[in-house]
Design a protein around this ligand. Structure first.
Ligand code: TPP
Ligand code: MG
Length: 354
């Protein structure tokens, strides 16, 4: 967690994004879509990526519209479908692809291949496998900010399935009682693996749970990046002002199986067809064109940039070495010769020094 107090330099985010932020949001939406497509539909199918591959196709606007507003010192705890949060916080596409492809120079040095990567300097806490456990951790980060009188905020994302877990409820209660600067963002994509939302909870809107704990709760259209931006701006502003946590339910749809191996046969086709019409990228493109904030030529340029960046990252990862088998036991325990301590001291990734 960043220790430096940047409070005096922080300003509350504006409610409406300016034209350059709108274009940046479009860029990140497109970069996320293209990168995840390459990972899930190309490299995985070529056998170059193995194991579980989770993407957030169709729900990219949630991470984009919220993380884009974070400033130095803020922290985000993304879910497994918030790829854009990693990019916006400054993890490079090359690092991400190296991690997916199990390479020695990826952030986990080939130890795992999903987005369980973090970087405290960037204010990014990795996904925690037991779902929901990120929420109490978010409270811990928020408490640290509060105790240091730092005006930073924490965003924590989780699915609607995860919202049924006890940890989430305990964390929401704790955050409200302690007035912690945490924004709870529920990515409600209608399915938790094969379980539809109707079998997950009995309330009409999950946002009523905000009031249950004494914090504002809103339900917004998670496929509308401007709605996400506005909802997140209000919650972030409140958190920065020391007024405590908020709960945002972002309604969206998982436009994929749970993971790359899952054909999602249990999701009716009509649902995919209906939801495809609400695609967040097409919506933002249409809006920017109608307001003359981009030209068709500019859109084509963005597409070209995005494709080149993804080509570069994939090629870089493919050309990168796999780790030596012996490295698997390095850095597991932090003892006298600690890889992680050494790395913090500038030792860089690689072997534990002798
Ligand atoms: C405590 C826990 N239970 C089960 C799992 C296995 N699991 C991983 S993702 C997932 C679905 C979660 O659904 P949701 O919270 O709606 O998120 P989504 O995948 O839809 O984004 C499950 C059951 C887990 N990682 N942790
Ligand atoms: Mg879900």
């Amino acid at each position: 967690m960043p220790a430096v107090n940047k409070a005096r330099r922080l300003k509350q985010a504006p409610r409406a994004p300016d034209p350059s932020t709108l274009e940046r949001m479009l860029y990140y939406l497109k970069l996320t879509r293209e990168a995840e497509y390459r990972i899930e539909r190309v490299l995985y199918r070529q056998g170059k990526i193995v194991g579980g591959v989770y993407v957030g196709r169709g729900q990219e606007a949630i991470a984009v519209g919220s993380a884009i507003q974070l400033v130095e010192g803020d922290v985000v705890l993304p879910s497994h479908r918030d790829f854009a949060a990693f990019l916006i916080r400054g993890v490079s596409l090359r690092e991400i692809f190296c991690n997916w492809m199990g390479r020695a120079n990826g952030p986990t040095r080939g130890r795992e291949n999903t987005l369980h990567i973090g970087n405290l300097r960037l204010g990014l806490i990795p996904i925690i496998s037991p779902l929901g456990d990120t929420c109490p951790v978010a409270c811990g980060v928020g408490l640290a900010f509060k105790q240091r009188r730092q005006q930073n905020v924490v965003l924590v994302h989780f699915g609607e399935g995860t919202s049924s877990r006890g940890d989430v409820h305990e964390a929401m209660n704790l955050a409200a009682v302690m007035k912690l600067p945490v924004v709870f963002i529920c990515n409600n994509n209608a399915y938790a693996y094969s379980t539809p939302a109707s079998k997950q909870y009995a309330v009409r809107r999950l946002s009523v749970r905000g009031a249950a704990y004494g914090m504002p709760g809103v339900t917004i259209d998670g496929n509308d990046v401007l709605a996400v931006y506005a909802g997140a701006a209000a919650a972030i502003g409140r958190a920065r002002a020391g007024e405590g946590p908020s709960f945002i339910e972002c309604k969206t749809f998982r436009m994929s199986g749970h993971s790359a191996h899952d054909a999602a046969d249990y999701v009716p086709n009509e649902l995919f067809e209906r939801e495809a019409k609400k695609d967040p990228i097409l919506r933002l493109e249409k809006l920017l064109l109608s307001r003359c904030l981009v030209t068709p030529q500019r859109l084509a340029q963005i597409d070209e940039t995005v494709r080149k960046e993804v080509d570069d990252a994939a090629a870089f990862a493919e050309a990168s070495p796999f780790p030596d088998g012996a490295e698997a036991v390095e850095g597991v325990y932090c003892g006298e010769r600690c890889f992680w301590k050494d790395r913090r001291a500038g030792g860089g990734p690689g072997r534990v020094p002798a």
